[in-house]
Ligand binder design. Structure first.
Ligand code: SF4
Ligand code: FES
Length: 249
């Protein structure tokens, strides 16, 4: 299959950036987006050019590093699927792909398709660690957690920190990400002991670094981990709870 690939090139955060157009002749339908970028880079390097910078690690949907926007959609056309698991056969016969970084004011472009997601790290850092003596491994068995609570907490913990929710949001809000962290920890007995402190710190950081949530819902549409809008509700619930109690728990 012959594909026209328009890819974003930007040398540094200060560079204005530009689109670069390439023709790729052997783009087989089973290739993933990252395979396509590898193929493109081989072609660019063979012609003496500078390969396109992009990030990846696991290439199996676990790490969140690979996110790019394809034809205007963060990650690509297949729902609940990160960029590394999107395959060309899913692009519905498209002969032209525009690949650009996940764009948001909170995510400066470092180079080409690589963005700086440290604003998300700052939310996690603000939440802090859980400073509780949890005993030995066998003590963990003695702390019962209801099956439904454990399953729901794990669903929220599935967030891979890709940042697609922020890029999809017209306001650049990170409520889906922040809510996933707050909700999964609030549901488990030991992290719940620091629930109020964590909520105050994360909500403060969220308001400083990201836009406000207007409940557009675009974030959940593009989330590869299937985090639902219940996470957004969790931000508001946890924030109000912490404010109302005025305590650290
Ligand atoms: S909530 Fe979803 S879209 Fe947002 S960072 Fe987590 S996995 Fe990515
Ligand atoms: S490379 Fe890890 S999620 Fe895509």
């Amino acid at each position: 299959m012959k594909l026209t690939v328009e890819v974003w090139r930007q040398e540094s955060p200060a560079d204005a950036g530009r689109w670069e157009r390439h023709e790729v002749d052997d783009a087989a339908s089973h290739l993933s987006l990252l395979d396509l970028l590898d193929l493109l880079n081989d072609q660019i390097a063979a012609a003496g050019g500078e390969p396109v910078a992009y990030e990846s690690d696991c290439r199996e949907g676990a790490c969140g590093a690979c996110g790019v926007t394809v034809n205007g959609v963060p990650h690509g056309p297949v729902p609940r699927t990160p960029s590394c698991r999107q395959h060309l056969r899913s692009f519905d016969g498209a002969t032209r792909l525009r690949i650009e970084p996940l764009r948001s004011a909170a995510f400066p472009v470092v180079r080409d398709l690589v963005i700086d997601r440290s604003a998300l790290d700052a939310l996690v850092t603000a939440g802090g660690h859980v400073a509780i003596n949890s005993g030995t491994a066998s003590d963990a068995e003695a702390l019962p957690i209801g099956h439904d609570d454990a399953e729901t907490a794990l669903d929220f913990a599935a967030c891979i920190g890709c940042g697609a929710c922020v890029a999809a949001c017209p306001n650049g809000a990170a409520h889906l990400f922040a809510g996933a962290k707050l909700a999964h920890l609030a549901m488990l007995p030991q992290p719940a002991l620091e629930r109020g402190r964590r909520a105050r710190a994360i909500v403060d950081e969220l308001e400083q670094r990201f836009g406000p949530c207007s409940t557009y819902g675009e974030c959940a549409e593009v989330c590869p981990a299937g985090i639902s809008l219940a996470a957004v509700a969790a931000v508001h619930r946890e924030g109000i709870r912490a404010w109302w109690r005025g305590r650290d728990d």
